[in-house]
Design a protein around this ligand. Structure first.
Ligand code: CTP
Length: 425
């Protein structure tokens, strides 16, 4: 799409621009200007903290609209109150979103105008975080972001680089031009069509580890947290799909709107995945399935005895994704490849061996991927000429990565459905 045609796609859109109290608030002035230039009608809602960094007058002059900042203001409520603003919005964009506003939104607070509008509005919601890199790396912030993405919020950024406080790292607000580009991308016909088309798509996703019992109190398992699979389920749901998550034991909240089937062992996971995949369109196997299970499960707790060594007899577990891909030939199957070495080579051969449509190659070990909040992956597939193609996704929070992976997987699935010989990059 040409830049001019792209700009037209924000024409007449009602955007509530939430501005919270961070140094990046000065960039929101340029953001408001760019959005207005792209044809959007902007109503700015400022938090109390934002006033320390920028004045309402600046936004009023740039947008031509009154700035809103008070929840219980009799005059404002008589003009355009919080419910009207919530109904008016086609999109809510918070830029900058501070750690504080992210925490309040993640926990459903309605203690100022901005958070109340967010709760009261069905409009799509985006946030552009801006904070110090240590704050952005804090697991409490990551958990709040993850929670918001499970409720359909989409992240724009943050960027890496030098920060106002002198630190270098991730946490800078995405530049206004990049934010506008992302919004234009959201409204591009291809994305709208793909969202529309996926409203009836059924997706089954496996996630987390499996546990293979040794005796009534012990098991064999791995470090998988399930975060990637849960983030994929939330992203697929946000894209309009019907999602079933077959989950091993994890410490995560079920994503809103997703059917979750809890299982423990690989055999249970296969059985649930098999019956759920019968009417499905896409199968995504992100679970870290234990490759082996004990040959015999002891009825009682195994005693250690007097020997210094012991031998456990293990038997191979079924390969869930290979079984499902073999049984349902029309199902679009996506696997993960967890590798500690020769990433692309090993992942490519797993793609072929397991008869998958796509594989997400994931470097693991040395603190990477497993039980982490961020991940970097390479998506691999065969094009129409059977040539191996790949697309790298840089290190980023798993919820954000999940949205990008789902977009790419759905686009390939769509191309596969429309014309099996067409490939998408
Ligand atoms: N997988 C599966 N069932 C298994 C093992 C793996 O469904 N019993 C799936 C995983 O969910 C993933 C893909 O197969 O989508 C690759 O998993 P991975 O652990 O990387 O590979 P393995 O097949 O186990 O091969 P290896 O351990 O030899 O690397």
């Amino acid at each position: 799409m040409s830049a001019q045609a792209a700009l037209a796609t924000l024409q007449g859109k009602h955007i509530v621009l939430g501005v919270s109290g961070g140094i990046a608030a000065y960039k929101s002035a340029l953001l408001a200007r760019l959005l207005k230039k792209a044809g959007a009608d902007i109503k700015v809602v400022m938090t109390q903290g934002a006033h320390a960094f920028i004045t309402p007058l600046t936004f009023q002059a740039l947008t031509g609209n009154t700035v809103h900042d008070t929840l219980l203001d009799a005059d404002a409520e008589a003009g355009m109150g919080h419910i009207e603003l919530a109904r008016w919005a086609d999109l809510i964009l918070i830029a900058p979103a501070t750690a504080n506003v992210i925490a309040r939104l993640a926990h459903g607070h309605a203690d100022d105008l901005l958070t109340t509008i967010c709760l009261a509005s069905p409009a799509p919601k985006r946030l552009a975080p801006a904070m110090n890199q240590q704050m952005w790396a804090n697991p409490i912030v990551s958990a709040n972001i993850e929670r918001l993405t499970t409720f359909g919020w989409e992240l724009l950024g943050p960027d890496d680089g030098e920060q106002a406080c002198g630190d270098i790292g991730s946490g800078r607000m995405l530049e206004p031009e990049a934010i506008v580009a992302r919004l234009l991308d959201d409204t591009s016909p291809s994305r709208q069509i793909s969202h529309h088309n996926h409203s009836g798509t059924k997706v089954v996703i496996t996630a987390g580890p499996t546990r293979e019992a040794l005796d009534p109190v012990r098991y064999i398992s791995n470090y998988s947290s399930g975060k990637m699979g849960y983030a994929l389920a939330a992203a697929a749901h946000a894209a309009g799909a019907h999602v079933t998550l077959v989950s091993g034991p994890v410490q995560l909240m079920p994503p809103a709107g997703v059917k979750v089937i809890n299982v423990t062992s690989a055999e249970q996971m296969l059985s649930a995945a098999r019956s759920e995949s019968r009417n499905a369109d896409i199968f995504i196997s992100s679970a870290a399935v234990a490759d082996f299970r004990p040959q015999h499960v002891a009825e009682h707790k195994i005693k250690k005895g007097s020997d210094n060594t012991t031998i456990l007899e293990l038997i191979k577990n079924p390969d869930i994704v290979a079984t499902i891909a073999g049984e349902y030939s029309s199902l679009f199957c996506v696997g993960f490849a967890a590798e500690t070495q020769s990433l692309l080579e090993n992942a490519g051969s797993k793609l072929v061996r397991k008869k998958l449509d796509m594989i997400v190659a994931n470097q693991v070990g040395e603190g990477l991927a497993f039980d982490q909040d961020s991940n970097a992956v390479t998506l691999i597939w065969h094009d129409a000429q059977q040539k191996l193609q790949q697309r790298a996704f840089p290190m980023q929070p798993k919820p954000q990565l999940a949205h990008q992976l789902i977009d790419a997987i759905f686009a390939h699935y769509q191309a596969h459905q429309d014309t099996p010989s067409v490939s998408v990059n």
